[in-house]
Design a protein around this ligand. Sequence first.
Ligand code: COI
Length: 414
Amino acid sequence: MVVVQRSLRKLLGVLHPSGLETARFQSVYTQQQDLLSTKLEIELTPKLKVKPAAEGLPFGHHFTDHMLTISWNTRRGWGKPKIRPFGNLELHPASKVFHYAQELYEGMKAYRGLDGQVRLFRPSLNMDRMNMTAERSCLPTFDSNQLLECIRKLIVIELDWVPSSLSSSLYIRPTMIGTESTLGLGPSTEATLFVILSPVGSYFSAKGIKPVTLLCDPRFVRATPGGCGYTKMGSNYAPTLWVQKAAEAEGCEQVLWVFGEDQEVTEVGAMNIFTLMKTDAGCELVTPPLTSGTVLPGVTRRSILELAMAKPGLTVSERKITLPEILTAQSEGRLLEMFGSGTAAIVSPVGGLKYNGVHHKVPTPQFGLASQFLEQLNDIYYGNIEHPWAVDVLGTNFTQEDIVLPSVSVDIKS
Ligand code: COI
């Protein structure tokens, strides 16, 4: 029994500290089917689209020929995954997603290296986060490897859409929506998970990376402790659009999100934020911690932290950092760099902070940390160096291991 419980914990507990709660919730629906890649059905389009040029691709404008859809409901559980021609979804106007924003998404990329190989970057981290968001959104969870295997098969079908360019990639957008067609406020009893693919270039502009100026206005808050800032729900993003417009009206490109009386820094735009400061002992790279629940656990954030820890002489801290602390460092000449990180933009240097109408310049050294991390990550993405974070799309099957795992339902009863 102890062994049994451990294996259950291993299967569910890794997703989220409250994974066992999910198990209890799911056990109500004993007949529910799991999401299984072996049930995948494929319908190919009779007519392929013309592909755009690999260079200068705008973000998220072009979509590939096929998409993945999987339906779910409380009675049956997960339906058969389907790869089918790319097209519109047909939804009842009362679908919960339209009224109560029961939605989540992920962002991942596939990269084609100079060797022609296509690689994913740490894709299981996105699946774990998607499950964590699903749990918080009252949307169904799933076996990460099973969904990854369906996504992998979609990418293999769309392999020619992965751009042959070291400044482009194939953006992967897994999404889940509540589709029950009733207006009562409650968890949807039906859901659709879909994955669409889009060949993309640089997130901000076709001209490449340009340092951004941030509006720092403590009146605007992105997320609060106890809220959902740590999840990738679409409802975290819509309220930021108006503030983004306010930033642009002030001549800024992005918003620095701060929270509370002490103006604790949380994120920048739709990205995590890093600050490099000179200290008595050397240099400290700081990013806000995940503990208060206001910060998204970014895959790029985590990767930069892990790369940074290997840099000699650099202190790496996940700790609370306030806007006054950054402005003091700036005025004393100790602010060395600031940059955002995320899957879409990868690394985005900050060139200035606008606070109380005053512009404070932030250094953007040509060969600083932001550019070093960008280069290191690009080397991994595009396979310039061998790295365990890069997963070869053709040489991997995400579900092979599952065959030997014990069955969860048998374990619960024994
Ligand atoms: C990403 O960086 O992948 C995101 O999800 C941000 C999004 C606004 C494009």
